[in-house]
Write a protein that binds this ligand. Structure first.
Ligand code: PSU
Ligand code: MN
Length: 303
């Protein structure tokens, strides 16, 4: 195991798995602290871990509790985090302050990538990555630059549909992050299976993904590989339908002058309310599906 700073707390199971090169899947916690309502967040956290185990890998949920960076969390720790009032949303810039002040919070895609890379975990499952926000002047998620510098396979359903998807893809191209469609040659649009935006790379099996990732890193690249998996058909929403809810939520965010880290949680919650919970169901289903695919990729990487 690599030498880690003292505020890291590696769960014994994860420490053991790292020493034995067992397949591990990192899971983020901003989706729990800021992305989903209680109690769906607690159930989802447990279900994602169960999905990873069922597929033969070990889940390492990553989050910050009382100033400790947890890699692998117990059910009790997860519940504590989910019930923390005013948890910090931890992107890469936020760790120093939170650790010094002994705070608790959920790690974003960027924050989780930083921790996973440090710990030596090579696969990470999330819902949708952050990206370039629409028409907002200059709101670009820190997820994008972090994807450029952490060599991890990130399994997602594309970027969140509330974003400017073409601009997000352009950014990823600029910083050298391969975007691979899983069984598709289109960029998935989170709640919707397709966006109409073509991808130049696609893979159909976990083994293929593992081979592409190894070749990508063998070339000297330090960037992530973004594996984009369309939401399961049963729960996916038509793009045009969810677009109506997204447009309304965006207009409200602007009218209320929502800014900075609050933008994404506000939009996700409003889209869920406006769609009568339909988007929430789609969100939960795609998170579980991504955990399943990530576990398969983690296994393939160790073979
Ligand atoms: N995907 C979801 N729910 C979420 C997020 C992603 O289904 O809550 C979180 C991720 O943690 C992502 C973050 O990193 O939103 C992006 O926030 P921002 O746009 O402020 O960078
Ligand atoms: Mn932002």
């Amino acid at each position: 195991m690599p030498q880690l700073p003292p505020f890291f707390e590696i769960a014994p199971e994860i420490g053991h798995a790292l020493e034995n090169y067992a397949p591990i899947v990192a899971l983020e916690t901003t989706v729990i602290t800021h992305g989903l309502p209680i109690p769906e967040n607690i159930t989802l956290a447990a279900n994602m871990e169960a999905e990873v185990r069922k597929t033969g890998a070990i889940p390492a949920t990553i989050g910050v509790l009382d100033g400790k960076v947890c890699v692998g969390m117990t059910a009790a720790q997860l519940e504590t985090l989910a019930r923390t009032s005013n948890p910090r949303k931890l992107s890469v810039r936020d760790f120093g302050m939170a650790l010094v002040a002994g705070e608790s919070g959920g790690t974003t895609v960027a924050g989780t990538l930083l921790v996973a890379e440090h710990a030596g975990i090579r696969v990470f499952a999330t819902g949708g990555i952050g990206g370039v926000h629409r028409g907002s002047g200059f709101d670009i998620s820190a997820d994008l630059p972090q994807l450029a510098s952490s060599p991890v396979v990130v399994v997602c359903a594309g970027a969140k549909a509330i974003l400017d998807l073409p601009a997000t893809l352009e950014y990823l191209e600029t910083v050298g992050v391969p975007v691979v469609g899983y069984g598709t040659d289109e960029f998935p649009a989170f709640y919707a299976r397709s966006s109409g935006l073509p991808l130049t790379m696609c893979a159909d099996t976990p083994q293929e993904v593992a081979r592409i990732a190894k070749a990508h890193w063998a070339m000297g690249n330090r960037s992530a590989l973004l594996l984009t998996v369309p939401a399961p058909t049963e729960s996916a929403l038509p793009y045009a339908e969810i677009q109506v809810a997204i447009d309304q939520a965006l207009a409200e965010a602007e009218a209320k002058h929502i800014q900075g880290q609050a933008v994404t949680p506000f939009l996700l919650q409003r889209v869920s309310e406006i769609s009568g919970g339909e988007s929430l169901q789609a969100n939960l289903a795609l998170l579980l599906n991504n955990a399943h695919v990530a576990a398969q990729v983690a296994k393939a990487l160790t073979e």
